[in-house]
Design a protein around this ligand. Sequence first.
Ligand code: PGA
Length: 246
Amino acid sequence: MSKKIIISNWKMNPTSLKEAVKLAKASDKKDVVLCVPFVYLKEVKKVIKKAKLGAQDVFTEESGAYTGEISVKMLADIGVKYVILGHSERRAMGENNEKVNKKIKTLIDIGITPVLCIGEKERDENHDYLIFVKKQIEECLSGINKNLINKMVIAYEPIWAIGKNAFREATPAEFLEMKIFIKKVIINILGDKIEIPSIIYGGSVDEKNTRWFAEDGEADGFLIGRASLDSKKFKEIVKICETLKR
Ligand code: PGA
């Protein structure tokens, strides 16, 4: 049986604790990670039994005079197991590869799994998008201990396929090509004696394309935005993943 990791990214939703708890209870499945807004973490933790707790960002420093920030230690202390890093929506607000690199190292040190998001804005005929993704991987993984690389998850999320304004859906073939490329870049940096991390797909994932990306695209799992806010759709996605053969 295949084992896919299904990571939900609620983003800045829902807008009340009551709804958050309801959604968490409905999404509480094995192999699921619920990345919820900071303010809901503690309450969501109380109601989930099978799913793991995740956050959507963290600050680079451990403590100190950083008004408004949340540290790795704070997240670890309340039971967070996964943190999304370098999401394109955060990169649009100033997150860069250097900061992501620092965050990856602090998370791995404390035993939290970083979910590193990478992906290009658009695809060009000259294939410059490959150079862009390669640079993201190289800079985000710079100085990472090669024995710990399997302690993270890499999410390929082409920006043009994310959200309700997505240009179009990606295809499983496009994902698979990128998965092979990502592996190659990682091996180039760290050598081939490493355990390759899970490489998952994100961008307009729903109950209609899950099987397609898992079977034809060989995705190791999914990072899910909109469909994770609809418990019916989300449960359907989990069900499909449970029945996959590979
Ligand atoms: P989407 O978002 O599933 O709504 O396209 C994915 C993401 O931004 O992680």
